[in-house]
Design a protein around this ligand. Structure first.
Ligand code: 5GP
Ligand code: MG
Ligand code: MG
Length: 179
């Protein structure tokens, strides 16, 4: 994909604060956060500190986009969650694209019999079939997050990512070590 959207750490903070303000307006205070690994972890930590609520659980789910294309589904690898019964749960990810990931995670978490489930992502794609209860902004491009820029540049060396020379240098050193 040629077009990228590259939010800075500062942009991410602003979106997180906007979303949290909307939760405050709704009088919504979760008592459990479920972070979707790995992109949801940093947003979940930021929400956790703003909400002053330290109870974070994790779910490991992978969407193998290049295999199969149509009909492909995210695969749940592990669920690091317990004690969600009657809890107000906030599921957090960095972005919802097709919406499959949020839908699968919502289905799994609902099996723990929480009182309420709400979802939050920093960004949502305009075509997503699952609109999160809370999101910062709609973006119709491939988003490069500050926390996954090295992941992107590894597969697309031309991606507009700062400090990539340093990344490539270190990546080569560690690659040699692993052989
Ligand atoms: P979905 O299941 O909604 O199609 O995809 C959600 C997952 O795919 C997210 O957890 C995220 O890891 C990844 N993803 C989808 N779109 C983007 C994007 O534009 N940028 C990045 N970095 N990850 C994305
Ligand atoms: Mg993800
Ligand atoms: Mg990711």
């Amino acid at each position: 994909m040629a077009e990228f959207f590259t939010p800075t750490w500062e942009n991410i903070e602003d979106q997180i604060l906007r979303i949290a303000r909307r939760m405050a307006q709704d009088q919504f205070l979760p008592n459990a956060i479920v972070a979707i690994l790995t992109g949801g972890v940093i947003p979940a930590k930021l929400f956790s500190d703003i909400l002053n609520m330290k109870n974070i659980k994790y779910i490991d789910i992978k969407f193998y986009r290049d295999v199969g294309q149509t009909g492909s589904r995210p695969v749940i690898k592990a669920v690091y969650a317990n004690d969600l019964e009657n809890k107000r749960v906030l599921i957090v990810d960095d972005v919802s694209d097709t919406g499959e990931t949020l839908e699968a995670v919502t289905n799994v978490i609902s099996m723990f019999s929480p009182a309420v489930i709400r979802t939050a992502t920093i960004y949502v794609k305009p075509w997503s079939r699952k609109i999160p209860d809370y999101y910062g902004e709609e973006v119709g491009k491939w988003i490069i997050f500050p926390w996954d820029k090295w992941e992107v540049v590894r597969t697309d060396p031309n991606a507009p990512v700062s400090k990539k020379e340093v990344y490539f240098e270190l990546h080569e050193i560690f690659s040699r070590m692993s052989n």
